[in-house]
Design a protein around this ligand. Structure first.
Ligand code: SER
Length: 336
């Protein structure tokens, strides 16, 4: 008998670590985690961890001989800034890697006669606002607004959302018998802020970087203008939303892709929050024109009405609670 498992790709990344922490707590699930890198020591023993590449199809072929994959949290990706430096590699990982996993999920769904639930974090990067006036006017974008990304990462995410939807609803539509399709669900996250990890290679990184640098007593040069505004979310809320959508009954979902958000802040407002706790923080604003352009094209806020309506999404952490109860105490402890 194969063992039933949840597969998490990109497991050593920021969302991955927080997700493993959460899903392993009950001992209810067998977690199969995959990443190019080992997991940090604190997570050892929480999962069966494999060091490997999502582009390695042989690896997946071996995996399914031993495990029945029940759900997939496909988190592995090259983030937006990194993707701009190696767009073709980003496409390989972000698109071809996702295709491999969708195919694995499609085969598994068919084999066991039951849909594999496929969770896919998407991003504010799928949006591309044409200018700052429009960004201000259409402050809280809806899922179908401005789907015109300006980055390779944004293009990859938008396309993979659609690919996921295709595998969920139309895969093998001309075959004589309709296959058991997978169950694809995706969330568009704002910039995520964790107290325990720092992001790498993203463009919303200036928020968390500012905070972690201040806590360490290091100077930080913020690479966007003071007025640059995007939505953010504390990591515990990101995990809550991911798990809520994962557990939601299929009948309650009116779409495959949902916005979720907590609060919007300008870089200056973010700095003010940081200063409240770390008054000595040495932050300067030295915009990098290229990264600034990316942030300017991202929405200032997300309209997450449908997530609230369909599956009861509600963030637990507004700005004040995120900083006071989650970020500041944990970061203080971390750099003590
Ligand atoms: N935080 C991501 C990035 O900056 C966006 O999803 O790339």
């Amino acid at each position: 008998m194969r063992k039933k498992a949840i597969l998490i790709t990109g497991a050593a990344g920021e969302i991955g670590q927080a997700l493993i922490e959460n899903l392993s707590a009950s001992g209810e699930y067998t977690l199969l985690t995959l990443d190019l890198h080992p997991l940090p020591d604190e997570l050892h023993g929480r999962s069966v961890h494999l060091i490997g590449d999502i582009l390695d199809q042989k690896l997946f072929a071996r995996l399914v001989t031993e495990y029945e994959i029940d759900s997939i949290f496909h988190l592995a990706a090259l983030l937006s800034t990194r993707s701009e430096f190696s767009p073709e590699l980003a496409h390989q990982v972000n698109v071809n890697g996702t295709l491999n996993l969708l195919q694995l999920a499609a085969d598994q769904s068919q084999q066991r006669g039951k849909p594999v639930r496929f969770m896919f974090p998407s991003s504010i990067a799928v949006y591309g606002l044409p200018d700052l006036a429009t960004k201000q006017r259409d402050f809280y974008v809806r899922e179908w607004d401005w789907n015109s990304p300006t980055t390779m990462y944004g293009c990859n995410k938008l396309y993979c959302e659609q690919l996921g939807s295709y595998y969920s609803h139309n895969y093998q539509q001309l075959a004589e018998t309709t296959p058991v399709m997978l169950d694809f669900r995706s969330l568009r996250f704002p910039g995520l802020i964790s107290a325990f990890t720092v992001p790498s290679g993203g463009t919303s990184d200036y928020g968390p970087e500012m905070l972690h640098a201040a806590a360490k007593g290091e100077p930080y040069r913020c690479f966007v203008r003071e007025d640059s505004t995007i939505p953010f979310m504390a990591m515990p809320d990101a995990i809550t939303s991911l798990l809520l959508l994962w557990q939601a009954p299929l009948e309650s979902l009116s779409r495959t892709v949902y916005n979720v958000t907590s609060f919007s802040l300008s870089a200056d407002e973010f700095y003010a929050e940081v200063r409240r706790t770390f008054p000595q923080a040495q932050i300067t604003f030295e915009p990098d024109l290229n990264r600034q352009g990316i942030v300017d094209s991202w929405p200032a806020g997300l309209n997450d009405k449908l997530a609230r309506q369909d599956w009861g999404w509600q963030p637990a952490y507004d700005v004040a609670r995120a900083f006071e109860e989650y970020l500041v105490p944990n970061i203080r402890q971390r750099y003590r």
